[in-house]
Structures are given as C-alpha cells and as structure tokens.
Design a protein around this ligand. Structure first.
Ligand code: 48H
Length: 259
C-alpha cells in the first residue's frame, strides 16, 4: 500500500461537515413530504415517493434508521413476511427462505437493504432529530413539523431552554410506530381521537392495517403501526409485510394528494 492521503487539517474536516449539513437543512427547510419515523413503513413510503421524484425528508429520533425491522420477536434477528409482501423482498433484492406459509429473512440484511434502497432513490435524512410538534395552518391543516435534537428532551428542563426549529412540507406522514407521535399531537388539540392498538391477531391485523392506511387529518397520512394505534386494530407481532405494504400505500396516497 503506497497511496498517500491528500493533506487536510482538523478545520477542513469541521468545515466540510458544517457546509454539507447546512446545505441539507437549507434545502429541506421546505419539502414535499416529511416522514416522521424511519422504521419499515416510513422507509418504504420514503423510497416509493422518491422514485416518484418527490422531495422527501425522513426525521428519525434515533442515530440509526430501521426501527423494529432489525430484529424479529424476542431479540431474535429473523424477520417474517407473509405473502404477497415477499414480492417487496424480491424488489429490494433481500434474500429470504420459505418456512411453511411464511418467508423469513435476516433482519440486519433486510433492514440495511431497505435503508440503502431509500437512500439510493435520493431521500434526505435528519437523524438524532425528534419530532416535537406540528406546524398548524388555517382550519387545522398541518403544514410541517417542529423538531429538536433528540438529546434535548433527555436533559433536565431547568438546563434546557432550547427552542425547537420548524420545517415546512406539503404533507406529513406519521410513521412513528406504536407511539403515533404526530397523531397524538393532533389528539391533544382535539383534531382526532386515537383508540390504541388492539391485542395480537396476526390473521386479521395485516390486511386491516393496509386497508386503514391513509389520510387521517388535513395534511397528515398515517402508515405502519401508527395506523393500528389510531384505529384500535389488532397487532401482528414480528411480521413485517403489512408495514412494507402500508408504506407503499401511504406513498401512493401522498403522491395522488400532491397532484
Ligand atoms: C422522530 C420517532 C419519534 C419521534 C418514534 O416502530 P417502527 O419500526 O414503526 P413501523 O410502524 O414502521 O413498524 C412497526 C414494526 O417495527 C413493529 O413494531 C411491529 C410490526 N409490531 C407489531 C406488534 O404487534 O407490536 O419505527 C418507528 C420509528 C423508529 O425508528 C422510532 O425511533 C421513530 O419512528 N420515532 N422519530 N421523532 N417523536 N417517535
């Protein structure tokens, strides 16, 4: 190995990061769709919308994307998918095996392929960024999100008078899983009511979650487990097909609404 690195100083590294990050924040202060939550449903919606040339920003409170898709149940790293959702695995070139009526895949492989597919299509990401509130417009229409660095909410209130910042978008997709954070903010303001997700019933749950995926308020679409939380639908445990297909449906609806 006889290659020599070009000369760069510490300040060069810092400036490169600040310039790139600042450029992204400047460009994405306004986008077509902000997707809150980078789990399987949010990433699928993000990828499909980016394919349709929509300007998409994913806001994720963790350092990593993927939500619950890294693991199956009980800390075991096998995820399951029920047909016909295995066609999405084919599309993303995720290797899988057939196990009786189900398909199984290695969680880290499936999750990293989905993240990579979404990034390849040109989505933008703000991680370590927590959704704090919605931007409210006339007649309760949502026009964006209020965000802050994730660590801010973990600090004691008396030492963190850190105001958040806002990002505007034509649509917001709530893909925050069981917590349904965006929708819960709307509930606090009497825009809608959530029922809380129901008990485990795999057979019924997956069709229902895809069926109920859609617009839940002006400017807001819900996808994934957030849909179950809103409508009181049964849960499905560690099977992810409906998360992928719900994300796909959310993207179709968003694209139609954007016109
Ligand atoms: C920014 C946030 C915030 C916030 C949360 O939980 P997820 O994987 O969500 P889905 O709906 O795509 O997939 C659900 C699936 O993983 C699952 O849990 C299933 C199928 N359960 C069935 C059952 O029976 O329990 O991802 C949500 C993402 C995560 O990455 C969170 O960190 C993120 O949203 N998030 N991001 N601001 N306030 N809240």
């Amino acid at each position: 190995m006889d290659e020599i690195f070009e000369k760069s100083s510490e300040s060069d590294v810092t400036r490169a990061i600040v310039k790139q990050f600042g450029k992204v924040l400047d460009e994405y202060a306004e986008s077509d769709v902000i997707i809150v939550g980078g789990g399987p449903s949010g990433l699928m919606a993000a990828r499909d919308l980016a394919i349709k040339n929509r300007k998409v920003l994913v806001v994720e409170r963790n350092n990593y994307l993927g939500g619950g898709f890294w693991l199956g149940g009980y800390l075991m790293n096998t995820v399951t998918v029920r047909p016909p959702a295995h066609k999405v695995l084919d599309e993303l070139e995720i290797p899988y095996e057939k196990r009786d009526k189900l398909y199984t895949a290695l969680g880290p492989h499936a999750c990293s392929k989905l993240i990579s597919a979404a990034c390849d299509e040109g989505i933008q990401i703000l991680n370590m960024t927590e959704f704090d509130d919605v931007v409210f417009r006339e007649q309760g229409r949502v026009g964006g999100v209020v965000i802050n660095w994730t660590p801010v909410s973990a600090l004691p209130r008396q030492i963190t008078c850190v105001d958040p910042v806002s990002l505007e978008s034509k649509l917001v997709i709530d893909a925050t899983g069981h917590e349904a954070c965006v929708v819960k903010k709307l509930e606090e303001r009497d825009v809608l009511e959530t029922a809380g997700f129901g008990g485990m019933w795999v057979e019924e749950s997956e069709d229902l979650v895809v069926e109920h995926t859609g617009k839940v308020a002006e400017g807001v679409i819900a996808t994934g487990m957030a849909v179950s939380t809103i409508f009181g639908l049964p849960r499905m445990g560690p099977t992810f097909g409906s998360m992928l297909l719900s994300g796909r449906k959310a993207a179709e609806i968003a694209d139609e609404m954007l016109g």
